[in-house]
Every structure is written in structure tokens, then in C-alpha cells.
Design a protein around this ligand. Structure first.
Ligand SMILES: Nc1ncnc2c1ncn2[C@@H]1O[C@H](COP(=O)(O)OP(=O)(O)OP(=O)(O)O)[C@@H](O)[C@H]1O
Ligand SMILES: [Mg+2]
Length: 311
């Protein structure tokens, strides 16, 4: 399971935090003058960005860094100063009682909170060295790089083929019908669904079973070659067999993607993740290797939650 060595809590995460900075400075767009962007994520002006205007030391292999992230819905604060490094090619589980801010935090990572009128996000989130809250970041492109799979399978009311082809088409990823056929086939194969659907590609996606629909949604997410996949309770509507299939898939996918998964199942977090973050009342209480979090949590609140005393 766990294959990294660092850290047990965010205080001990080993990540050098950036020097304190004024908010005006934090939000100032800036360039670094060279083009080392490895994500393909570009601003609308095609201008590579550094993080928020100054050096931010990332933990080695940190794919996503959150600095002092707060989220407000109107006057109500839902997340408080979250500092968290998510490592590449690993599965990070977000756990905690209902209402503690797991989905809110997950949505911050591809700016899905932007679509909630009353939501306001402060702090910085850096994906592959890019401050994704920089006003010049192209949000459509960001969401292609940081894809999302939701709790309830939500295939489009279109054929299986079209569900997968839709994203690549709007992002111009296929130059011919053959290209598109290949993308659809390889995405369905990577999502472990090809064998079940190859002879019914033009039937409606909504006609699949729940577990198949969720794998179709995963195929749809990976068809546009994201580097990060966010999953918000992806198995909660699935039976144990479909859940086991999706969990196996998650383990395979992490070879190529960074996965952040919200789950209410302790067993699932223990099975699929290498790192676990425990949230409580809007605070990130504890973060570390999954094994350590489950076997020797350092915070009493985590201990109470994983032993079923709260939540
Ligand atoms: N769109 C919204 N408008 C107003 N408040 C919201 C909104 N979404 C979430 N909240 C509030 O923010 C807090 C965190 O909610 P969030 O959905 O992130 O929790 P969660 O940990 O995902 O919970 P659950 O396990 O039940 O899904 C809660 O108090 C919730 O009521
Ligand atoms: Mg939620």
C-alpha cells in the first residue's frame, strides 16, 4: 500500500512553506520568462506562469500544493487555512465527517467552486508549478488537465462512443475519425470497460449498469488526457462487485495519473490510497501515509473518527 516515507501531519510534512506574503502580491499575475510548463496548461495569453509571484518550495514529487486555502460560502467559512501537498502518481484519500469540507476542497483543485455564486476561495493552489487561481488561467483547459468523476454516474444522454468522444472533440484532440476511434477504444480499455461494450458502442451510455456507467465516466475523464483525476465518492452508488472493479481500476490508473478521492469508507481509503488527509469542521487535521493514519493517528479527532466514535 503505502510506498512513500514522509511525514505524519501537515506540520511535519517537510514542505517548506512560502514566506508570508500580502494578498495583493499573492494574486499578482506574473511570468517567469521561460517555458518550463510540463502540464500543457496555458493561460489565455499562452504565457507560462510561475506560482504566486515568489519561490514556493515543493515537496519532492508534489503535484498539487495548497497554501493557506480558505473557502467561504457567503459569510460562512467552510475551509480554514488548508496546507497540503498532494504527491504525483499516488492516490490521496480525503476523509472526515459529513460537512467537514472534503468536497469543497476537492472542487478547489479544478476551480469547480467558481460555478457556485456565493463561493469565494483565498490562498494558493499550485498544480505543476502553476497558480491555478491566477485570473489568466484558462479554466476550461484547467478542467481538462484536472478531471473529475462525481458521486453519481452521470453519462451524457448520448451513445457510449459519444460520451467518450465528446471531450476530445471539443478540445480538438483528434484529427480524423480513425484518431477518434483510437482515443475512444484506448480510453475504454484503460477504464476496464472495453470488453463489455465494444460491440455496443452506439447504444446509449445511460443503458449501462451503474458500475459500467461509472467506468464510462472515468473513460470520459481520461479521454482528454488529464494529469489529475478528482473523484468525489465515486463508488457510493455502486454495489460491492462494481466497487471492487472501480477500486482495481484506481490502482491501475495511478501509474499514469494523480488521483484524489473522497470516500466515506475507511476500508476503501485503506485499500486504494497511499496517503490520507483527515478533515474536521473545515480544518485539515492530519495528513500522512495511509497506513500511519489508520494504525497510529497522531490526533485524537482522527482516532475518534476512524474508530467510529464521531462522524
Ligand atoms: N453550495 C453551497 N452553498 C452553501 N454552503 C455550502 C455549499 N456547499 C457546501 N456548503 C457548506 O460547506 C460545508 C462543507 O461542505 P462539503 O460539501 O464540502 O462537505 P463534505 O465533507 O463533502 O460533506 P459530505 O461528506 O456530506 O459530502 C458544509 O457546512 C456545507 O453546508
Ligand atoms: Mg461531499
Amino acid at each position: 500500500m503505502a510506498d512513500v516515507t514522509p511525514t505524519s501531519s501537515q506540520e511535519k510534512s517537510g514542505r517548506a512553506k512560502p514566506a508570508p506574503k500580502g494578498k495583493a502580491e499573492a494574486k499578482k499575475p506574473h511570468t517567469n520568462g521561460n517555458s518550463t510548463d510540463t502540464t500543457g496548461l496555458r493561460t489565455k495569453t499562452d504565457r507560462p506562469l510561475t506560482s504566486a509571484g515568489q519561490e514556493v518550495e515543493l515537496e519532492a514529487n508534489a503535484k498539487i500544493t495548497s497554501n493557506e486555502v480558505c473557502v467561504y460560502y457567503g459569510d460562512k467559512q467552510a475551509l480554514f487555512d488548508v496546507n497540503l501537498d498532494i504527491l504525483g502518481n499516488q492516490v490521496t484519500a480525503l476523509i472526515g465527517p459529513s460537512g467537514c469540507g472534503k468536497s469543497t476542497y476537492l472542487r478547489c483543485l479544478n476551480r469547480m467552486n467558481d460555478v457556485i455564486d456565493i463561493a469565494r476561495v483565498t490562498g494558493d493552489i499550485i498544480v505543476d508549478g502553476i497558480d491555478i487561481y491566477d485570473p489568466e488561467v484558462d479554466v476550461v483547459e484547467l478542467r481538462a488537465r484536472v478531471g473529475m468523476v462525481f458521486q453519481k454516474p452521470n453519462p451524457f444522454p448520448k451513445s457510449i462512443y459519444e460520451n467518450v468522444a465528446y471531450g476530445p472533440r471539443i478540445h480538438g484532440l483528434a484529427s480524423s475519425k480513425n484518431d477518434m476511434d483510437e482515443i475512444v477504444e484506448s480510453s475504454l480499455k484503460r477504464a476496464g470497460l472495453w470488453k463489455e461494450v465494444h460491440d455496443r458502442l452506439h447504444e446509449p451510455g445511460t443503458g449501462l449498469s451503474g458500475g459500467q456507467q461509472q467506468r464510462l465516466c472515468i473513460a470520459r475523464a481520461i479521454a482528454i488526457s488529464p494529469s489529475v483525476i478528482l473523484m468525489d465518492e465515486p463508488c457510493s452508488a455502486l454495489d460491492p462487485i462494481a466497487t471492487a472493479i472501480v477500486e482495481e481500476l484506481i490502482e491501475e490508473l495511478r501509474q499514469n495519473y494523480t488521483i484524489v478521492i473522497v470516500t466515506h469508507s475507511m476500508q476503501q481509503a485503506a485499500r486504494v490510497s497511499q496517503r490520507t488527509a483527515y478533515f474536521h469542521l473545515g480544518y485539515l487535521v492530519e495528513y500522512g501515509e495511509t497506513e500511519q493514519i489508520f494504525q497510529a493517528p497522531s490526533d485524537e479527532r482522527t482516532q475518534n473518527y476512524i474508530t467510529g466514535r464521531i462522524g
